[in-house]
Ligand binder design. Structure first.
Ligand code: SME
Length: 147
C-alpha cells in the first residue's frame, strides 16, 4: 500500500475516534428535552478542561480547578453529583442564568478519574435516579475514548 494514502486513512480513523465524544454529547442534547446544556470535561493535571459541548451558549468555565464548583467536586470525589436547585449549593459555579439544576457524572478508568459528563437543565429537580444510572453506564462506555 502507498504510505501517503495509508497515512491519510489512518488520520481519518483517528479523527473518527475523537468524534465519539462529540457525537455522544450531541445525541444527549438532541434527544432529552431536560438536557439543556451537555458537555464533557477532561482531566489534565489538576484542572478540568472543557472538551466537546452542545447548548445554546458557550460557558466561560472552560477550565475548572479540581475541587472547585460542582464539576471540580465530582472530579475530586469520583462520585456523581445531582443538584436539584443550583441556587442553594454554595459550590455552584454559574454558567447560564437559565440553569436550575445540574448533574455531573465522572468518567473513570478503574479508580482513575479521566473526565466527566456535565449536564445543565432549565428545570428544577430535572435529574432522577434514572438519569444517574443511564449516565454512569454511558461514562463506563466513554473512558476508552479519552486520551
Ligand atoms: N456549574 C458548573 C460549572 C460548569 S457549567 O455548568 C457548564 C460547576 O458548578 O462546576
Amino acid at each position: 500500500m502507498d504510505y501517503k494514502i495509508a497515512e491519510k486513512m489512518i488520520k481519518k480513523i483517528i479523527k473518527k475516534n475523537s468524534d465519539v465524544l462529540f457525537n455522544v454529547v450531541n445525541f444527549l442534547y438532541e434527544n432529552f428535552v431536560h438536557y439543556n446544556w451537555v458537555g464533557i470535561y477532561i482531566v489534565k493535571g489538576n484542572t478540568l478542561i472543557l472538551g466537546p459541548w452542545k447548548g445554546t451558549q458557550a460557558t466561560e468555565h472552560t477550565k475548572i480547578p479540581i475541587g472547585k464548583g460542582i464539576c471540580g467536586s465530582a472530579a475530586l470525589s469520583g462520585k456523581t453529583e445531582i443538584i436539584g436547585d443550583v441556587t442553594i449549593d454554595k459550590r455552584y459555579l454559574s454558567c447560564f442564568i437559565s440553569t436550575k439544576s445540574e448533574i455531573v457524572v465522572p468518567i473513570k478508568k478503574g479508580k482513575k478519574i479521566l473526565g466527566e459528563i456535565d449536564i445543565d437543565s432549565n428545570k428544577k429537580n430535572a435529574f432522577s435516579e434514572k438519569d444517574k444510572v443511564f449516565l454512569e453506564n454511558l461514562a463506563d462506555m466513554l473512558f476508552e475514548h479519552i486520551h
